[in-house]
Design a protein around this ligand. Structure first.
Ligand code: V47
Ligand code: SF4
Length: 382
């Protein structure tokens, strides 16, 4: 499914709302959109229109290439001191018998399971356990590094890091440097949710705030590490909050150039304290991705995380500005299956991912965590 029009057709459409035409002209001449224009796109831009703009930008940046990587996750625990209302995954410390807590050896066993397999990245993320501290995670990272020096270690959301550093009574710089010295190479984008306090104070009041999240990522960037950024959309937030969130990320990216990619995460409503909120439609998902591609003009990569969206919707996003599908995952994450995703045992082989990409006429490219191209599967395009 390709947006019905090209941007050139859109520009010639005399029936188009004047404010939308002005936005299309700005996109065509590579000018940045203001926050007001971002909100206007959400309010007035129908799917075909925003899709034409997003597709134009993605084609310009990536031609038909779509990236994926070979990765697996370690989720050390789902015990968590925080109480985010949208979370279906965590268990409070007093109910830890209902959850899981992995030992060092259990986590290293997961890494050893991939010995001899061509994975390039381990993604470590979990709940914030009061007894798993900075020292424990430095040891984990250095043991993984020692066992498999070539495996890129991407780990710990700003929420986990904020808690670890505070408990260790270290500054963000000191704590981050310790993890970097142990072998941590980049940070995932979780914990961002919606930065604006009007929303954050309702959905996840007790964890690091928006400024704190941004400061942790800025510090990582200053130390030469790359990071990702997410946004949890489709719950109580208004379009203004989405645009404010993206605008703050865009401003930090201007300053540091340290973000690898932006990942909008669709709110899933199973078994959490926000289950009464309906999930948004697939059309709204596609509009979200397309507008992110248009607004986030300094983020080269826009990722659709297929274990959360489901593989069919993820495939559709490829025609609406997305150029990355994350990885093979190998059934090593529970966050989204517990929140109601279609993907109850998320795993895709490289062949599955390539098929999904080539079916919509795109070229699969295996990448590493930093988006260096490892293999272009050009010959597989039908
Ligand atoms: O911050 C939790 C989200 C995030 C729900 O950097 C939910 O490559 C939807 O950050 N519905 C953690 N989302 C996962 C994460 C991530 C995932 C994939 C790739 C990367 C990356 C990072 O999961 C949390 C929160 O925003 N989340 N519960 C839910 N019910
Ligand atoms: Fe804890 Fe993360 Fe769940 Fe929030 S989203 S309750 S920080 S595991």
């Amino acid at each position: 499914m390709i947006p019905a029009s090209s941007i050139e057709t859109v520009l010639k459409d005399t029936s188009l709302d004047k404010s939308l035409l002005a936005i299309a002209e700005k996109v065509y001449s590579k000018q940045r959109l203001t926050e007001e224009e971002g909100v206007l796109l959400f309010e007035k831009g129908e799917l075909g229109f925003v899709g034409a703009l997003a597709n134009h930008i993605a084609q310009d940046l990536h031609r038909n290439k779509v990236y994926f990587n070979r990765n697996f996750h370690i989720e050390p625990t789902n015990v968590c001191v925080f109480t985010c209302n949208f979370c279906s995954y965590s268990r409070q410390y007093k109910h830890r018998d209902d959850g899981w807590e992995m030992s060092m050896e259990q986590m290293l066993d997961i890494v050893r399971k991939y010995d001899g397999q061509p994975v390039t990245e381990v993604h470590i993320v979990g709940g914030v356990h009061p007894k798993m501290n900075l020292e424990f995670f430095c040891e984990l990272v250095s043991k993984i590094r020692e066992h498999r020096p070539g495996l890129h270690i991407k780990g710990f959301t700003a929420v986990e890091l904020d808690y670890m550093f505070r408990k260790a009574k270290l500054t963000t710089e000191e704590g981050m440097q310790k993890l970097k010295d142990a072998g941590l190479q980049s940070l995932p984008g979780g914990g961002a949710e919606i930065f604006h306090p009007d929303v954050r104070n309702i959905i996840c009041a007790d964890k690091v705030d928006g400024d704190g999240w941004l400061y942790i990522h800025e510090t990582a960037h200053k130390l030469g590490m790359h990071t990702n950024a997410t946004m949890l959309y489709g719950h109580i937030e208004k379009y203004e909050h989405r645009v404010d969130h993206m605008s703050r990320l865009r401003a930090l990216q201007d300053k540091t150039h340290g973000f690898n990619c932006f990942i909008p995460l669709k709110f899933r409503n199973k078994d959490n304290d926000m289950s009464h909120i309906s999930e948004v439609s697939i059309i709204e998902d596609l509009r979200m991705y397309a507008i992110a591609r248009v607004f986030m003009d300094n983020f080269r990569n826009l990722k659709a995380y297929w274990p959360m969206l489901g593989r069919q919707t993820a495939q559709l996003t490829l025609s609406f500005g997305v150029n990355d599908l994350d990885g093979t995952i190998d059934d090593t994450t529970k966050i989204y299956s517990m929140a109601g995703s279609e993907e109850q045992t998320p795993a895709m082989s490289t062949e599955d991912l390539c098929d999904l990409i080539t079916t919509v006429g795109k070229i699969p490219v295996e990448r590493d965590t930093l988006y260096n191209e490892l293999k272009v599967y050009e010959e597989t395009v039908a």
